[in-house]
Design a protein around this ligand. Structure first.
Ligand code: FMN
Length: 340
């Protein structure tokens, strides 16, 4: 079983993650992990604040040189600019602040923000790099792309940059939809025998666990609800690569809706929980959109979940054992799938 835990706050010394149950013999260079972290940090729409973070990291265990040993992998990512924000009883609208302050019985919203912040997703990307690399070595390609940004549905780098610049000038922020695809997955990952073993449920939990994600769909998703059964049956791609909670040998397609960044430069009205006075909470250093960065996080969160399902089916001790098992299974299932 592959599992992971993260810890750490935005202004703490480190963010930390532990990945346990990962096979031995997988070469994962530091530059590979650094490259994945850079994709998240430098995604379009992020604020100038990102320039402060270098995401300098250390792999404190689980590697011998660049190769995994099978022991738990520990990642430490250093936080720059560590001064703790001053205590404030003003919750940021659209964030975890209000519910978190009520839940943990505090008038200091900073204590909630420190951990609720999407800064934590850097660790998920660092740990997900190992899963992504494992998939690559097994011939599985996991990719992400943004399919809509605000009202823009035809995404090119230039069009997205113009839309982000327009929103920024208007003091506004943008949401969007990202898509994740996985090609080359062996058939039969996940299970139909119990609800929590269904791969769609597991991927949904991993992706809905990303800050700001408010919608999740597989294949035809919500659009399928308005299709007739005849039309749906004519297009097997609409199942998005999952049938009965298992991979069916086709490409996996997942989509997530990301809400517009709630931190507005011009401020959003909030209430101080000590004085009950109304006040504007303005976020001068917020990202304009999180959808491009969330897509990178989604790719890694999905890679971890898919690696977990794969290791459950084929064993998780070492890549040397795993690779021929996967190849053998592909050959065996291919004899049927290729004739359909
Ligand atoms: C990578 C990433 C970066 C984000 N950056 C910001 C930001 O700069 N400002 C902000 O207000 N929200 C940002 N968000 C969104 C908030 O984290 C998110 O809206 C908040 O946690 C509440 O979302 P929830 O209701 O889905 O939990 C970001 C999200 C992600 C995934």
């Amino acid at each position: 079983m592959l599992r992971y835990l993260t810890a750490g706050e935005s202004h703490g010394r480190y963010l930390t993650g532990i990945l346990e149950g990962f096979p031995a013999g997988v070469k994962v260079g530091r530059s590979y992990i650094a490259g994945q972290l850079r994709r998240r940090r430098q995604a379009p729409g992020r604020s100038a604040r990102q320039a402060l973070e270098t995401d300098a990291f250390e792999v404190a265990s689980g590697l011998s040189g660049d190769v995994t040993t099978g022991a738990p992998i520990t990642i430490l990512i250093e936080n720059k600019g560590r001064a703790l924000p001053t205590p404030s009883a003003l919750p940021r609208p659209g964030h975890a602040d209000l519910a978190g302050m009520l839940k943990y019985g505090t008038f200091n919203a900073s204590l909630i923000r420190e951990r609720a912040s999407a800064r934590e997703t850097a660790v998920r990307v660092a740990l997900g790099s190992f899963a992504l690399r494992l998939h690559e070595l097994l011939g599985i390609a996991i990719n992400s792309r943004v399919v809509s940004l605000g009202r823009l549905s035809s995404i090119t780098a230039a069009a997205a940059a113009a839309e982000i610049a327009r929103a920024r000038r208007a003091g506004d922020t943008l949401g969007g939809v990202f898509e994740i695809t996985a090609e080359g997955l062996p058939a039969g990952l996940g299970d139909f025998t119990h609800w929590d073993r269904r791969l769609g449920a597991r991927l949904g939990a991993a992706l809905m666990g990303i800050n700001g994600v408010k919608g999740f769909e597989v294949g035809g998703g919500f659009g399928l609800a308005s299709r007739g059964g005849i039309a749906a049956a004519a297009d097997p791609e609409l199942s998005g690569g999952l049938d009965g909670g298992m991979t069916n040998g086709r490409a996996l397609t997942l989509r997530c809706a990301v809400k517009p960044v709630p931190g507005l430069p011009g401020g959003a009205l909030s209430t101080d929980l000590r004085t009950f006075k109304k006040k504007l909470y303005s976020s001068k250093t917020s990202d304009t959109t999180a959808v491009f960065a969330a897509a990178v996080v989604g790719e890694h969160a999905a890679a971890l979940e898919l690696a977990s399902a794969l290791l459950e089916k084929f064993g998780s001790d070492s890549l040397t054992e795993l690779k021929p098992r996967v190849e053998e299974w592909r050959k065996k299932t291919g004899k049927i799938l290729n004739r359909l």
